[in-house]
Every structure is written in C-alpha cells, then in structure tokens.
Design a protein around this ligand. Sequence first.
Ligand code: SAH
Ligand code: SF4
Length: 368
Amino acid sequence: MSDSAPAPALESRGVLLGMDLPRLTEIVASAGYPAFRARQLYHWLYNRAAFDFSEMHNIARDFRTWLAGNYAMGHLEIAGVRESTDGTRKILFRLSDGIIVEGVLMRERNWLTQCVSSQAGCAAGCAFCTTGYDGFHRQMTTAEIISQILLAKRVFNDGFCPRNIVFMGMGEPMLNLDNVIPALRILSDPDGMAIAARRITVSTAGILPGIERLARENLNVNIAISLNAPDNDLRNRIMPINKAHPIGSLISACREYPLRRRRRITFEYVMLGGFNDSLEHARKLAALLLGLPCKINLIPWNPDGRLPFRRPSDDTVNQFQQFLHDRHFIASIRYSKGLDIGAACGQLAGGAAARARERLDKEPRGRR
Ligand code: SAH
Ligand code: SF4
C-alpha cells in the first residue's frame, strides 16, 4: 500500500458516496489492501450511513487513515430545516458549490416517506410548478442524491431509512438517469441501503427514452407519470415536454412498461381550477387510461402567487374523484403535506429563494 505517497490536497479528493462495490474494490486493490476491505467500506457507507471514517471501528486504522487522506465521504450539508404543523419537515441541503436543493420528510401513520431531489432546479418548465419556474442549475451526482436519504436516516430517523422514497422533489429524474440509476441500485441493494424496490417511486413528466431505459434496467422500482391533462391540446399548454413526447406515445410506453404482479403505474394529475378539472376532463382521462393497471393521484394545485392558476374547490375535486371511482379506477386525492412551509408538491424552489430562507433556518447542521 502507498503509505509514503503524498496525500492529495483536500479539495481534490475523490468522493466515495455513489461508488458501487466493484469500484470500491478497484480503489482498495489499487492501494494494496485486501478486497474484503471494500465490502466493509460499502457496508459502512450505505448500510450504517457513516458520517466519518473514525466511526468505521472494525476497519484497520492505517486503511482508514489512507482513506481519509485520499477520499471525502461526500455528504451534503444540512443548511436548514422547517417543520410544518402536520409534522412534515422540509430540509434544505447545501451542495458543495453552495447551491441549495430541497427535500421533504413526511410522517405517514408510523413510517416516513422521503421526497428527494434529483436535479438542482428543472429545465422542463411546466407552467404550474415552482421548481420549473425557477429554472435549471445543474445535475445532481449520485453521491448528492443518496446523501439526502443517508442524512435523513442519521439525523431525523434514529438510524432507520425512511420506508418510502419518492423522486418527486426538485428536478426531472429521467433527465439525470446516469446518476439516478446508480443511486437506485445502492438504495435497493439489500447489502446497501436495503430499501425495497417496491417502496421506491421515480416520477417523471413523461420523458419517453428515460422510461424505456429504466424499464431495461430491471430495477423493479415504481414509476409515476405526471400526466396533468387528458389530451395534447391542454397538456401542450402547461407542459412543454409534451411537444416532444405527446400523450399517445407516453401512454403506449406505459402500457408496455414491464410491471410486476399487483403493481400499478401512478398517474399524477395536478388539478388546476377551471383548466383541467371538469367532468368532461375526467371522462377523457378515464378513456385514456382504460385497461391500464394504474392508480390516479389527484393533487389540488398548491398555490404560488407568481403563477397564473388557482386551486379548484373541494367539491370540484371530490366530484372528479367520484367520476373515476364510478368507472372503477383507484383514485385518491393527495392533500399535500407541508403546505404552510412551502414543502408541498411543486413548491420546492431551491436557488435564490431557498438561499434567502436558509439564513432564517440555521440549525441543525449535518456533518461531512
Ligand atoms: N419532475 C418530476 C418529479 C418532480 S415534480 C415530475 O414532474 O414528475 C413532482 C410532482 O409535483 C409532479 O407530479 C408535478 O405535477 C407536481 N406539481 C408540480 N407543481 C405542483 C403544484 N404547484 N401543486 C401541486 N402539484 C404540483
Ligand atoms: Fe420539472 Fe416536474 Fe416541475 Fe415539470 S413538474 S417543472 S418536470 S419538477
């Protein structure tokens, strides 16, 4: 092993989080250590959610010293936390270049669901979405994606991973699959973060090549499609992406998606008052999804004063749901959690707005 080689400057150290076992094995071997050290390291990184090399007590001290000299763990910093009256927490994560991304931890009956970000910002520009309004900053790395969950496990959930993970935070995961797919592998690996694939959902505005690629990867995670309109005319007006991937081909790709037994594709339908919330829209939606194993999530629009929409009345939402129930669809109304702290669906902004809010929310801070 290369004890005598000078350690690289701190800022040029590689990042360990995000590396799979073969990659860890390579770097361990290149330094002259036995391969079983890589397995130990993998366990500490992902299963034990270590923050610091000093925690890895069953790993020889000289190896830990070599690791610390050559690699950073790569965790994000927790820049702030807001807690809603309903127990939902919005967490601001600071990336190494100072950009802030947001994530949400929601308390369900007796477990946590974590909503994670996959990009800093989003380029898709959906007209009703705060993240889209604020634009795209950059892709998140695999390390940055999984650190959100490892930090939640350590800081907010007594060492347990949140039970469900939804990629419904900032960004379009299907436009960052090079980093999202390795993250999904580590998340669902029983020797890694051990979160059951059936409890992981990747949500997309409908990027067809992404849906097809995810299907080929055989990861068995769930997909959710942000449909939001039952025809091309309406969808083009709120989701620019629909021009590249129109509804017909999107639904065909969903019909061909390899679903395990008893699994369903989720269709999210943000209800915009006076725009897509009439019974005629419900009828078209039912016709479009007929025969597809699916469930429909109706999400009454969460307001953002800068955007030209309104939330429909509860009556309108209930009638829309009833129409779908009458036609034997599973349709639930998702009353977003964390509305009072800007953590509800589509309210995650990051960027400048989050940086300003961050000054108000200093504690607690995560460790590297
Ligand atoms: N880019 C991915 C994942 C993040 S968006 C996608 O679009 O699926 C997660 C969900 O929030 C999407 O279903 C989107 O339609 C919904 N959403 C966005 N803005 C919203 C708002 N203001 N109110 C309610 N839901 C919103
Ligand atoms: Fe991006 Fe999804 Fe928001 Fe559309 S709804 S702008 S794809 S985050």
